[in-house]
Design a protein around this ligand. Structure first.
Ligand SMILES: Nc1ncnc2c1ncn2[C@@H]1O[C@H](COP(=O)(O)OP(=O)(O)O)[C@@H](O)[C@H]1O
Ligand SMILES: [Mg+2]
Length: 281
């Protein structure tokens, strides 16, 4: 029994220095963005019982860009995110992550490991754990099951968590229970949990729904600060918010791209006015 414990202790110690065990840690394949494009979606079609949720959709997103996706309910925004993340299979078309990774050849778990993080609308933080522990768990989860054996964080992992805490503005709340955070802070923590895994591409669904004006403004700053190092695609209905963060806006309608450009360009596009923004006015 003793020698078993000793062995387990040694194994833990070795695993802790996980750089020496590359075969145990899933390695992120590097994404070929030599053409400056990180996402190529071409001719995507998805049908549900004959209804075309995506209809010959083409979309290209540049590396490091912050892209906003807007469109009326049912336009296909969530379905598009589901296809990118491998949750929904498309009937036809192609989806490439950089020039070298065929997303349609990977399942949902593999796509997450490839460096595509997704934030759903409802925050799913562990309320009974501290902010720090939430980030720790997501960092370990992103490394695979073996890291669960290595209870202790390496110093570079601690640095990584500190960096994320700073980015999401929750440094002072690190020992607070996540359940005690405000709605906005929970959303930031969840973004932080995605960032811990250092994704190349982040998909964010309606981040400011239910936020106060101040939280909304802070979220705009946060997402803007992430662009560059990460590519960020945001689905959002709040037009003021979209205006405050977007450089390029893509408007979806009936499963296709209706218009693309700056907020001013799409807002003055007659097609857009007719089918979407006109509806709101
Ligand atoms: N799993 C599903 N089964 C049947 N219909 C679906 C499914 N998912 C989405 N749809 C339909 O596809 C269309 C596009 O939905 P969705 O992508 O959720 O739009 P959005 O996110 O832009 O509101 C909607 O008409 C929706 O009802
Ligand atoms: Mg949706």
């Amino acid at each position: 029994m003793n020698s078993l414990n000793q062995f387990a202790g040694q194994a833990r110690e070795l695993l802790r220095r996980d750089t020496t065990w590359p075969f145990l840690v899933p390695r992120k394949r590097s994404v070929d963005v030599s053409k400056n494009v990180i996402l190529y979606l071409e001719g995507l079609n998805v049908s549900f019982d004959g209804f075309k949720a995506l209809n010959n959709l083409n979309l290209y997103v540049n590396d490091g860009e912050l892209r906003c996706l807007i469109g009326a309910n049912g336009a296909g925004k969530t379905t598009l995110m589901d296809v990118i993340t491998g949750k929904t299979q498309c009937d036809s078309g192609s989806a490439w992550f950089g020039r070298n990774i065929d997303l349609l050849a990977h399942d949902e778990a593999e796509i997450a490991q490839l460096g595509i993080g997704r934030k759903f609308q409802k925050p799913t933080v562990f309320e009974a754990h501290t902010v720090f522990h939430n980030l720790e768990l997501s960092l370990q989860g992103s490394k695979g099951v073996w890291s669960a054996l290595t209870a202790k964080l390496s110093s570079s992992e601690c640095d990584r968590i500190d960096e994320v805490l700073k980015t999401i503005g929750l440094e002072k709340c690190r020992y607070q229970l996540a359940g005690a955070l405000s709605h906005g802070q929970k959303q930031w923590l969840e973004i932080g949990m995605l960032l811990a895994a250092q994704p190349r591409l982040l998909l964010v669904d309606e981040p400011v729904a239910g936020m106060t004006a101040e939280e909304t403004e802070r979220t705009a700053e946060l997402l803007t600060s992430l662009a560059g190092e990460h590519t960020v695609i945001v689905v959002e209905h709040d037009m003021e918010f979209v205006r405050s963060i977007a450089r390029t806006v893509t408007v979806l309608h009936q499963g296709s791209v209706l218009a693309e450009g700056s907020m001013d360009q799409v807002q003055s596009n007659p097609d857009v006015i007719e089918v979407y923004l006109g509806e709101e006015a």
